[in-house]
Write a protein that binds this ligand. Sequence first.
Ligand code: UDP
Length: 415
Amino acid sequence: MNQRNNHRVVLFPLPLQGHINPMLQLGQILHARGFSITILHTNFNAPDPSSHPHFTFRSIACGLHRSEVSMSDIPDLISLLNTQCASPFEEHLREMMSLPGGDAVPIACVISDSLFSFTCGVAERLKVRALVLLTGGATSLHVYTILRLLKEKGYFSIDGLSGSRSEEAVKEFPSLLVRDIPGVHSQKPEMVLELFDNMIKVIKSSPGVIFNTFEELEQPALASVREVLSVPDFVIGPLHKCYVTSSSSSLLEEDRSCISWLDEQPLKSVIYVSFGSAAVVREAEILEIALGLANSKQPFLWVVRPRLVRDPEWLKKSPSHFLEALKRRGKLVKWAPQMKVLAHPAVGAFWTHSGWNSTLESISEGVPMLCMPRFSDQGVNARYVSDIWRVGVHLNGGLDRENIARAISTNLFIS
Ligand code: UDP
């Protein structure tokens, strides 16, 4: 154990996998620098303390339970968390500050997710230093800063959603197409806009923001947001590459059998398929994905987490063509140790929903991506992966078995 520096950092992650991971990674980095770490977390989607025995964990009762919460309405969930967590957060912080015993190491700073709107205000009242962590990329943040303008320009009208303008370039942000704009496909665009407005307000009024990215990747966006936000910033990333550990912050149990399966596959032959922790697919789509993988002829490792598809019987109902391919050259898991998978030499490509963590993890390992963005910042991430950074391609032409097989065989695994 390295020497402690008698300063505690309290981390408060938003209870979603893509937000918990970078926050706990930041905790690992700070711990390695000598800070004591307290993870203040909601009882909903609580991280597993046994995976991080060197951290202290404190649970906030937020009144939400996994079985009752719909993960398909993330803006609604975030708004609920902001309502339910404000008072208990303040109570816990007060209590920690007054504790003479257990948490005796004084609090040097609170770092909270930038989607929590109340934390900096509470910290200011209690005279504790505070920072916020942005768990998405700087480019998507840059886009959020012009979303209101894009709304005024009519991009969120019916035409923008799915109509004739969907494939047009955005005049005000020419690297994007209309369909890439965060919230443009949402049933409740106003709620999405409000969420990002709040986030920008939080960052602007915070004492400082931490970016999980690196200058070489997002320099132009970082320069733009620095101008708009004018708050101190710290670019630390990719966070998962800034420390060495084998501990994971997965909310679901990782199926490690996929690593021994990968050990048996030829070098750079496997397509790893995962759509993250929140995206859902319809029954008809899962059938096309399954048949696309079967038709592609590549070995595949596919994460089908509970609730990715509504019908739990989908596999039993799958056509024999897919089940045979699965037996011969496929592996299905409910949750994978993704960073280990992407670092495995057998993995040659990643079919992803283009969440920011997945994007950074794939870029870090040099794994090309097939992008299938679903919502939020994913359209922006995918556009930059394919058109600007050129480390992947879009699944253009729809979620259709032949199209999928073609994209995998001709774009990702060129023989
Ligand atoms: N992840 C994982 N195992 C899986 C699928 C995902 O460990 O089977 C991790 C992945 O490494 C990433 C996070 O879950 O760190 C997903 O975050 P991302 O921002 O990519 O997407 P989100 O889940 O927020 O949509």
